[in-house]
Design a protein around this ligand. Structure first.
Ligand code: FES
Length: 163
């Protein structure tokens, strides 16, 4: 478990562009806070099929993911992550880890930033999009590296166009 660092949380949540008066925004804020404070699937899996790490170089925040595939190597059976970072990056990793359970690799590869933003349920400023998509990029790059489709040491959000 990670400790709840109030300053890191406020650094993340204060920059969420939640339009006041929009139904459901408080619920989604609470959901992000809950996943940040109580991250699901947090930890590591020793005999994972593949492990991959990623970083947002603008801030140094990191995500490491362990993924276990089924015998056919088509479906994600289990996933665990560890990380250090802002509320959005860590909550996004936690929420994504739940969504990836039982998902096929094919489905993972078709995910994009809109899916992540929909999952979070709040409007994200362009700067914060890099926080939101870090975990998704780590999962996708990890799978692509494992299947020999990419050669990469570490994922970064550096080249991720925020627009
Ligand atoms: Fe670093 Fe959000 S501030 S990922």
């Amino acid at each position: 478990m990670i400790g709840f660092a109030a300053e890191r949380f406020s650094a993340g949540i204060a920059n969420l562009d939640v339009p006041m008066g929009i139904g459901g925004s408080d619920m989604y804020r609470q959901q992000i806070l809950d996943h940040y404070k109580n991250p699901r699937n947090y930890g590591e899996i020793e005999d994972a099929t593949f492990t991959h790490v990623g970083e947002n170089p603008m801030c140094g925040d990191t995500i490491e993911m362990d993924v276990v595939l089924d015998d056919d190597e088509e479906t994600i059976e289990a996933i665990a992550f560890q990380g250090d970072g802002c509320a959005i990056s860590q909550a996004s990793a936690s929420m994504l880890s739940k969504r990836l359970e039982g998902m096929t690799i094919e489905e993972l590869e078709t995910m994009d930033r809109d899916d992540v933003i929909d999952m979070l349920g709040v409007d994200i400023s362009p700067m914060r999009v890099k926080c939101a998509v870090l975990a998704e990029k780590v999962a996708q790059d990890g799978a692509e590296i494992y299947f020999g489709e990419k050669d990469l040491e570490e994922t970064t959000t550096e080249d991720d166009d925020p627009e």
